[in-house]
Design a binder for this molecule. Structure first.
Ligand code: C2E
Ligand code: MG
Ligand code: MG
Length: 673
């Protein structure tokens, strides 16, 4: 997968790769700090606008109140002036023609003058208050003088009238008159000033208010934009994968649900493709997550570029992607897309001096054929993807036969759990013979299920199911215990019969498996050298490194190890060479037709040769007739098993066959000698 080696020091330089930049750019946007600042700014601008509005209203109000007060005092002075004028003319009139009416009018004018002055004085510190206060100070003296003068008028003492007028009334009244005029003038000026101040304030606000509001609105807009942008970013993050920028599982779910709803209404088809990278863990484990991230980013870009607006690719997590095809017209369309995706993924990826060859497995599920909800389709695409991965098919379409979750399969699994506990499983033993002389040299233990209603269930009907759940563990333990116990029993009866047991993928990559086997050997008393473990190529390839560790431990325990169904998997010779194995078992698909199909014959011969070159013993599986057995013998194949000798039998039946055969061989040998 990795075709050149990298130095750790290169990492920073390679991370400066445009791919990494693309990732950083995708996530760049309004940061939380900017958004917080924008929210704060928004609050400040709103507060300032409110403050400005409030203060402008208050200032205008105060100015208007000042003007109203000034006008009121101005009016009071105007009344006072009028009262002064009418008091003066009524005083003169009384002196010429005294009458109670004139006196009453005079008194009214003077009282009015007095109350106007009092009103002005009550205003406190206005500019007109002081002259009014001074006028008021001379008022009583004036009233006293006028009373005395009017008494002289009533008494017709003209000389006294003239004297009081000239010496007392005129000067005091003249002073009051002057003060009233002075106050009126000052108050008029003050009123004018107040009005101008009000006008100035109004025109200032008339100019300032629009500017402040425009600025406020601009800032409001700016801050609101920043906050909205941040919200959008948060929404985007909630629905997108942060590494690749692709829609995430939530988004995929939402969009697929909508597409499905529309498709269900219109009767159209929809397809979900689940893409899972093969052995991606190797990149992460070997070169670190930085490289893994770069590879994922590049692959996301490639996948994304394959689709239009209505279809979409999402990253569901890790190295798993999903594609929604909202308008495939047929299954062929969906498989075409799968092929296109595989081609895009398989193109080598270069990062710096490294070249990565990535592969993937794709599962396809169609609606309405395989499901009508997103969860159903995803689950079924997952089943199909698993099949594609296990069989190195590239892609695969959902089939109920592969599905653990179909009701029938779930029922089988439920039953199986019970079957293991209640001892419904049985081991059958198929003999293995040495080809050059036909001597039985061991057996392969093959499990069957003695089902209360279904009868004898073959392993192909329940082992693959069990292998996909943890049930395979108790099942393997049961088979190993039973096979070892039988080996020990035969040994105790004086027969050394090696027994081969099939081991599942889960066990062979489980780091405590060898310890478990050692414990079972101890418990049953079976000698390790009489137990052979068969592991298929594909089981080892699920995690080659762990498988190697476990096989080495088993080898150290003294067990023999065989590769089962050889030729059907994809293990590399370079890898096989490094394993501590003893036996290659050629798969029966090649044996069955080796006499008629030349390609199969070539494969069988090559595997035998290869096995011998690696120092291994080669076993042919599924030998059904004499011709094949003879031909295999000619090729130098060491051992074989198949219906030609016998099928798998219960222990006692096998043993009878074994005994008769030994006797038969012995008789043949003695008759030959
Ligand atoms: P396998 O390990 O390759 O076992 C050989 C299979 O080929 C057996 O099928 C056997 O009955 C069958 N066979 C043997 N000779 C002939 C022949 O001449 N012609 C034909 N057509 N078939 C022949 P079986 O017993 O149905 O087992 C099927 C598979 O189930 C096994 O393939 C093995 O992978 C798995 N299996 C069986 N028992 C166990 C077990 O205890 N544990 C695990 N993990 N897998 C098991
Ligand atoms: Mg086998
Ligand atoms: Mg086999």
């Amino acid at each position: 997968m990795i075709t050149a080696s990298a130095q750790r020091e290169e990492l920073p330089r390679l991370l400066a790769n445009p791919l990494a930049h693309a990732r950083v750019l995708r996530t760049r946007g309004v940061s939380a700090t900017v958004s917080r600042a924008a929210s704060f700014g928004l609050a400040v601008v709103l507060a300032l606008l409110a403050g400005f509005t409030l203060s402008s209203v208050m200032v205008s109000n105060r100015r208007a109140t000042d003007v109203a007060e000034a006008v009121r005092l101005n009016n009071a002075y105007r009344d006072a002036s009028l009262d002064v004028a009418s008091a003066e003319s009524l005083e003169r009139k009384y002196r010429l023609e005294p009458s109670p009416q004139v006196l009453a009018r005079y008194d009214a004018a003077v009282s009015s003058l007095k109350s106007s002055l009092e009103e002005i004085i009550a205003s406190g510190d206005s500019v007109g208050a002081e002259p009014a206060r001074q006028a008021m100070a001379g008022f009583d003296v004036y009233r006293l003088a006028i009373s005395r003068m009017f008494a002289a008028v009533d008494a017709e003492q003209t000389a006294l009238v003239l004297q009081i007028d000239g010496a007392e009334v005129d000067p005091t009244f003249g002073q009051i008159d002057e003060l009233v005029k002075k106050g009126a003038a000052a108050q008029a000026t003050a009123t004018g000033d107040a009005i101008s101040r009000l006008r100035r304030t109004e025109s200032a606000f008339a100019i300032l208010a629009p500017s402040v509001f425009v600025l406020g609105f601009v800032l409001l807009g700016l801050f609101t934009w920043a906050i909205r942008k941040y919200r959008q970013q948060i929404d985007h993050q909630a629905l997108h994968d942060s590494l690749t920028g692709l829609p995430n599982r939530n988004f995929f779910h939402r969009r697929s649900a909508e597409a499905l709803e529309a498709a269900n209404r219109s009767g159209a088809k929809t397809a979900v493709l689940l893409v899972d990278l093969d052995r991606f863990k190797e990149i992460n484990d070997t070169l670190g997550h930085h490289y893994g991230d770069l590879v994922l980013t590049e692959l996301s870009r490639r996948l994304e570029s394959q689709f239009g607006a209505t279809d979409g690719v999402a990253r569901l997590g890790g190295d798993e992607f999903a594609v929604l095809l909202s308008e495939p017209t047929s299954l062929e369309d969906a498989t075409d897309v799968a092929v296109r995706l595989l081609l895009a993924i398989r193109k080598p990826i270069s990062i710096g001096e490294l070249r990565f060859d990535v592969d993937a497995s794709i599962g396809i599920a169609l609606s309405p054929d395989h499901g009508t909800t997103v969860d159903e389709l995803l689950q079924r695409a997952d089943v199909a993807m698993y099949v594609a991965k296990a069989n190195h098919m590239g892609y695969s379409t959902y089939s109920a036969d592969d599905d653990l979750h179909s009701p029938e399969r779930l029922a089988i699994l439920g039953d199986l759990r019970r079957a293991i506990e209640s001892n419904e499983l049985v081991l059958f033993y198929q003999p293995k013979v040495r080809l050059h002389d036909g001597v039985g040299i061991g057996v392969e233990a093959l499990v069957r299920w003695n089902h209360p209603t279904r009868g004898l269930v073959p392993p192909d009907d329940f082992i693959p199911l069990a292998e996909r759940t943890s049930l395979i563990e108790p099942l393997t333990t049961w088979v190993l215990t039973e096979a070892m116990t039988q080996t020990r029993r035969w040994l105790d009866e004086g027969h050394r019969i090696p027994v081969a047991v099939n081991i599942s993928a889960r066990s062979i990559v489980s780091l405590d498996f060898a310890g478990h086997v050692a414990e079972l050997l101890r418990q049953t008393g079976a000698p390790a050298e009489l137990i052979e473990l068969e592991v298929t190529e594909s089981a080892m390839m699920t995690d080659p490194e762990r498988a190697r560790l476990v096989l080495e431990e088993l080898h150290l325990l003294g067990l023999r190890l065989a590769i089962d169904d050889f030729g059907t998997g994809y293990s590399s010779l370079a890898y096989l060479r490094t394993l501590p194995i003893n036996v290659l078992k050629v798969d029966r698909v090649f044996i069955a037709n080796m006499l008629t199909v030349s390609a199969d014959r070539v494969i069988v011969r090559s595997v035998i040769e290869l096995g011998h070159n690696l120092g291994l013993s080669v076993v042919a599986e599924g030998v059904e007739d004499d011709d094949i057995a003879v031909e295999l013998g000619r090729y130098g194949c060491d051992e074989a098993q198949g219906y030609f000798w016998n099928k798998a039998l219960p222990a006692d039946e096998f043993f009878r066959w074994h005994q008769s055969r030994i006797t038969g061989i012995a008789q043949t040998a003695s008759s030959r000698s």
